[in-house]
Write a protein that binds this ligand. Structure first.
Ligand code: SAH
Length: 380
């Protein structure tokens, strides 16, 4: 019941970053608790199959607990795991990913999970800044629409964001004034600012290629991990003959590299700003479908492709598009995912259609947060 207090040991981390405890067999989500913490907590919300609780006291801290680096941790909505040692963060995320495959995907056997990671701080190249009523720049607060300012005019104080790239923190120190929500991208010597004439678009070096991007158009937020992801995409793609199809291609980052293996490469992307850039990133563009994946599937057959790469948003594949790929019996499907739950759901459909899950890797694009990027290879 709401208001009940209890003591329990935290067992795991949920996909939201909250600690998971069990109270008389019921699952209880508790913000701020890490695996191994024994906490004294109070129930704040009660649902049929789960409850939420707030920590009143940490009776015995877990050996995996650590002091968060950022003074705004717990207030700012950006990070949720700074209080958990980094190796334990990776362990927790691997458990969430595997759990999705077993519980949502219904898979009993998984290929060995490869875990790739890099710097746990200073990694984030792409940041969306919000502006509060006083013109201060910041991030959205945890569970609210309030803005947590990073730069205060009175008294003057510059805060930095420890997960952001050095170039973004240098930008903040320059007391930037932004009129509205703005995305800033920084990598090495490149600093791009959405909407600023002459500064919005640029190119960066990713592995052995220059890639064009625009701060106002989606681009992966962690360049070092993106390089690892591309390497793994390429090693899976080497198993497949062309032609290739890149769906949800964005500015064509994967396609730019894939065309080295198969010059016959088509793309599907509904965002025209992204497509305009993709045209420049891909030298030998095959067919370019400026439509949604569903519209594409209504008029095109997938059978002719040796490889289809998909990188959908959080909701994963639509039932219609998923079914289209299931019945095409493609030699290779490469699935880049930012949501283990929808990846596992889609994987179940592929496997029921006769595909085999040949590989699964996790990429820690977002240390200190519970976001999970992964890459699955399906072979028919
Ligand atoms: N693979 C790219 C982009 C991934 S983000 C990269 O790594 O940079 C997902 C992309 O899918 C976005 O560019 C978005 O515009 C596009 N998108 C989202 N829903 C779509 C749909 N239903 N059909 C086609 N494209 C879609």
């Amino acid at each position: 019941m709401i208001g009940d207090v209890f003591t329990a040991k935290t067992e795991s981390i949920a996909s939201t970053g909250a600690g998971v405890l069990s109270k008389m067999g019921q699952k209880v989500f508790t913000d701020g608790a890490v695996p191994g913490d024994i906490v004294y907590a109070r129930i704040t919300k009660e649902q049929k199959s789960w409850a939420a609780a707030e920590v009143i006291d940490i009776v015995e801290p877990s050996p995996k607990r650590r002091a968060p680096l950022c003074p705004l941790f717990g207030i700012c909505g950006g990070c949720s795991l700074q209080h958990l040692a980094y190796d334990a963060q990776l362990e927790a995320k691997a458990a969430i990913l595997k759990d999705a495959f077993t519980h949502i995907g219904g898979l009993s056997e998984l290929p060995e999970l490869t875990i790739r990671y890099n710097n746990e701080f200073g990694y984030r190249n792409r940041v969306r800044f919000h502006v509060d009523r006083r013109g201060q720049i910041g991030f959205k607060a945890k569970k609210s629409e309030e803005i947590v300012p990073l730069y205060q005019t009175n008294p003057p104080e510059v805060k930095i964001c420890p997960v952001a790239d050095a170039g973004i923190n240098a930008f903040l120190k320059g007391n930037p004034s932004l009129k509205r929500e703005t995305t800033v991208y920084s990598f090495k010597d490149t600093l791009l600012i959405e909407g600023e004439e002459g500064k919005s678009r640029g190119r960066i070096r990713i592995l052995d290629r220059d890639i064009i991007l625009d701060a106002g158009v989606f681009f992966q937020s962690n360049a070092a991990m993106l390089e690892e992801l591309i390497k793994d995409v390429l090693s899976l793609a080497r198993e497949a003959k062309g032609p290739y199809l890149d769906v949800y291609s964005g500015v064509g980052t994967f396609a730019a590299f894939l065309q080295g293996l198969s010059p016959a490469l088509d793309i599907v992307e509904e965002n025209r700003d992204a497509l305009a850039i993709a045209r420049e990133n891909i030298e030998n563009m095959g067919e370019l479908f400026a439509v949604s994946s569903d519209s594409w599937a209504k008029t095109q057959s997938a059978e002719k492709y040796g490889l289809v790469l998909v990188d959908p948003p959080r909701q994963g594949l639509s039932p219609f598009f998923r079914h289209h790929l299931c019945k095409a019996h493609l030699p290779v499907i490469i699935y880049a995912s930012c949501n283990p739950a929808t990846l596992a759901r889609d994987a179940q459909a592929f496997i029921q259609a006769g595909y085999r899950l040949a590989s699964l890797s996790m990429f820690d694009f977002y240390p200190q947060t519970a976001h999970i990027e992964s890459l699955a290879g399906f072979f028919y």
